[in-house]
Ligand binder design. Structure first.
Ligand SMILES: [Zn+2]
Length: 421
């Protein structure tokens, strides 16, 4: 596994990297992810909230000033940029955060992906070096949507032949973000991971969103890009959970439920002279919902392992009883409502109007279905009992929970924090 900044190779003998060279990666990758149409065959994640500039923007002096002359010293360069990011861009427009401080939090988040327990049981060991390399060339996007600095990195996945990905990390200072982050891709080789700065103020939130969005990247590699064999070092049980080809029965079940909802919505749309939801759109949406459920479950699994790891460290290895306090992104009625009407781009927000009792029952069933898949996957992947001695006095919170009917009032309330999608 190897990461390199494009086009750092030319600097191996100490040549200065000229500003013009730094424009090449973006120019060589004209396939900037498009802005609409997810879920669709080329874009498994929903492109919402973040607008990608149609043309590459010129690299700011931030990264240039820190250019290392030997391309293989990636981690060191990552940290150095993180420490100097704010100071090197004094003339840049104002951001809502102190960028140097914020980058320290991002680095802390990436450190959380290290450690034997999480590396051995999750995708953290696989994604951490990729994210570090991306951070070394991070682009800041201001609230006006203008990009500052950074660029595309090339990350080569092992295999025959090796597969080179063009990846980019954007810290987006959008003023009123709808979401915490997103991963978008174009084709099999180009991906952009965005973090919405204003929804991720702490290292803990950054850990969560970076890992979650990196999982979408992993899913992209497994299902659409290089295949599972490219995910070197990740546990096979974790990989299986993200292989959509293993979940066709479950996806078909989701498809039937959203199909029933679409039939009702289409009747109202037709009466109003609107466009119809297509069968192909529903097929893509079903698969996309399944991926999101599995990625959320795997994010939760990571959080559980991380908590055990951190508690072990705090106790210096003593004590074998763990308290798990957080539950990441479980599936509930509000989450499903947002997925279906706000993020799918198959259904629209306006389709909430006129939902029948039967439609609401369908949405409740869909919620139960998705939550069931989520809980099943979490239980498959993590068992608190394996990390506790004797009779556990503290039960994991992710055991079977009573199903809650949807709270319709919540539909019109903004979430306290946008979940990563
Ligand atoms: Zn997601």
């Amino acid at each position: 596994m190897k990461s390199e900044k494009i086009p750092a190779r030319g600097s191996a003998r100490g040549d200065a990297v000229r500003p013009r060279d730094r424009l090449q990666p973006a120019q060589r990758s004209p396939t900037v992810p498009r802005l609409s149409g997810a879920p669709n065959p080329e874009s498994a994640t929903v492109p919402l909230g973040v607008v990608v500039a149609a043309t590459p923007t010129q690299a700011a002096p931030l990264a240039l000033g820190l250019q290392r002359r030997h391309g293989n010293r990636f981690v060191a360069r990552t940290l150095k940029i993180a420490r100097q990011g704010g100071a090197a861009t004094a003339a840049a427009p104002a951001f809502s955060v102190n960028r140097a401080q914020y980058l320290r939090r991002v680095n802390q988040a990436l450190q959380n992906l290290g450690g034997r327990l999480v590396a051995g049981n999750t995708f953290a060991g696989f994604v951490q070096p990729i994210l570090r390399a991306m951070l070394a060339q991070v682009t800041w996007r201001d609230s006006a949507g203008t990009d500052h600095g950074g660029g595309v990195i090339r990350h080569t996945l092992p295999g025959r032949p090796p597969l080179a990905l063009n990846l980019r990390l954007i810290l987006d200072d959008k003023a009123t973000p709808q979401r915490a982050g997103q991963f978008r891709h174009t084709g099999a080789t180009d991906g952009i991971l965005s973090v919405l700065v204003r929804n991720n103020g702490t290292a803990q939130a950054l850990t969560e969103v970076l890992y979650h969005e990196a999982l979408h990247m992993v899913s992209w590699i497994i299902n659409r890009s290089g295949g599972a064999a490219r995910i070197a070092g990740a546990p096979s049980r974790a990989i299986r959970g993200l292989q959509m080809s293993r979940l066709t029965t479950q996806i078909a079940g989701i498809r039937r439920q959203i199909g029933a909802l679409a039939q009702s919505v289409n009747a109202r749309r037709q009466a109003a002279g609107g466009t119809q939801i297509t069968s192909a759109g529903l097929d893509r949406m079903a698969r996309w919902l399944m991926e999101e459920v599995q990625v959320r479950a795997e994010t939760e699994v990571f959080q559980q392992f991380l908590q055990v790891q951190q508690q072990r460290r705090q106790r210096g290895g003593r004590g074998r009883m763990y308290m798990l306090t957080r539950q990441y992104g479980s599936i509930n009625a509000r989450v499903v409502d947002r997925y279906v009407f706000d993020y799918s781009r198959v259904f629209e927000p306006a389709d909430r109007t006129g939902l029948t009792i039967s439609d609401r029952q369908t949405l409740q069933q869909l919620t139960r279905t998705l939550e069931g898949f989520y809980q099943l996957q979490v239980r498959r992947r993590f068992s608190l009992a394996a990390y506790s001695s004797g009779r556990p006095r503290i039960r994991p919170r992710f055991g079977p929970r009573p199903l809650q009917p949807p709270n319709l009032r919540q539909r019109i309330q903004a979430p306290t924090r946008s979940p990563p999608f």
